[in-house]
Design a protein around this ligand. Structure first.
Ligand code: ADP
Length: 332
């Protein structure tokens, strides 16, 4: 992927340090996703009243919408330590068993990209999630002996970009399932204003809204665009980010009025000009664009679909008339 892709919702190294300071710590600071917050408040209060661990939580939704943030908040609200890890980090079952069997107080374990756990590793999670035990097999063949190892209770918080990638067996073991959706501009504007405050920037409401409207519904993108606009403002000697400063900065960054970037536009143009508007399979597009299908499916397509520019049908991808209008390709 183009490293300079600005609204890329996937985390980049430079984000990490900034994200730490901008990351909300408590549920009250977490903006938007009201239904999820309401439900979590109830489940957390109930678990605390009963003195039990919180049921396992599955968070799914496109990258950059706050899954990791929410996992840390859930742990904080439950007064739990949280261990952060990810599906691809486990190369074998022993690593998972080692993590699960650590002798600690009650805690939360966050597994990002949980759909990428290997099948065998995943199967060790089932009894751990249900009965706090893992099964150890020592020796092979006729000498094989099975031991059950009792674990300290924990809350597993899993995150995935697409719920469809998770096996039904794993999914059914989560008691709480939350789907995070793209944020409307008004909520992103609140996030931008909050971040500007933390970064010590003066921003006008219209400036915040302009950045919000062009952030693909994604808080991580909004924060990143804010930082880039700040750079332009600083170099141009502007002390305040108003609508004009934001617009000029974003336009110079190649982010159009809908928040689309060169890759999004190339994607739509390809479908319209070379495939007659579709339907076309994602593999074809991946080859033509030189991008991984995962990138197209996780990062590019969800927002194009949400914006009404693209449709994903059983026969492939199809652009909508709105995509042609947006790109000025009505006559193609
Ligand atoms: P994900 O795990 O879904 O990829 P993150 O939790 O890492 O996303 O969120 C990316 C960044 O966006 C966070 O560091 C945080 O600063 C910001 N963010 C996400 N959701 C919110 C929110 N609801 N309110 C405020 N900031 C948010």
């Amino acid at each position: 992927m183009d490293e300079n892709r600005l609204t890329d919702p996937l985390e980049q190294d430079q984000d990490r340090e900034h994200d730490q300071s901008l990351r909300p710590r408590r549920l009250d600071e977490f903006i938007g996703q009201e239904k999820i917050k309401q439900n979590l408040r109830v489940f957390i209060a109930a678990a605390r009243q009963r003195g039990e661990v919180l049921d396992h939580v599955l968070l799914h939704g496109p990258p950059g919408l706050g899954k990791t943030t929410l996992a840390q908040i859930i742990a904080a609200e439950m007064d739990l330590e949280v261990r952060l890890t990810s599906g691809p980090a486990f190369t074998n079952s022993a690593e998972l068993i080692a993590l699960l069997s650590e002798q600690t107080e009650q805690r939360a374990i966050f597994i990002d990209e949980i759909h990428r756990l290997g099948r065998v590793v995943e199967e060790h999670l089932y009894p751990a999630m249900e009965d706090w035990r893992v099964e150890l097999i020592i020796d092979k063949g006729p000498n094989a002996r099975h031991f059950n190892l009792q674990l300290e209770p924990f809350t597993l918080i899993g995150a995935t970009t697409r719920a469809g990638l998770i096996t039904a067996a794993l999914r059914s073991r989560f008691g709480i399932v939350c789907h995070l959706d793209f944020y409307p501009p008004e909520e992103l504007a609140i996030i931008v204003t909050r971040s500007a405050g933390i970064l010590g920037l003066e921003i006008r409401p219209e400036g915040a809204l302009e950045i919000a409207r062009r952030s693909r519904g994604t808080p991580r993108a909004a924060n990143r665009l804010l930082r880039r606009v700040r750079d332009y403002a600083q170099v141009d000697g502007q002390d305040v980010i108003d609508r004009q400063v934001a617009d000029q900065g974003l336009t110079r960054l190649g982010v159009d009025e809908r928040g689309l970037e060169p890759l999004d536009r190339r994607y739509l143009e390809l479908v319209i000009k070379h495939f007659g508007g579709g339907p076309v399979g994602v593999q074809n597009l991946s080859v033509s664009l030189g991008e991984e299908t995962d990138t197209l499916e996780d990062v590019v397509e969800p927002y194009l679909i949400q914006s009404g520019l693209l449709m994903r049908t059983a026969r492939g991808r199809e652009t909508t008339p709105l995509a042609r209008t947006h790109l000025g390709l009505e006559n193609e």
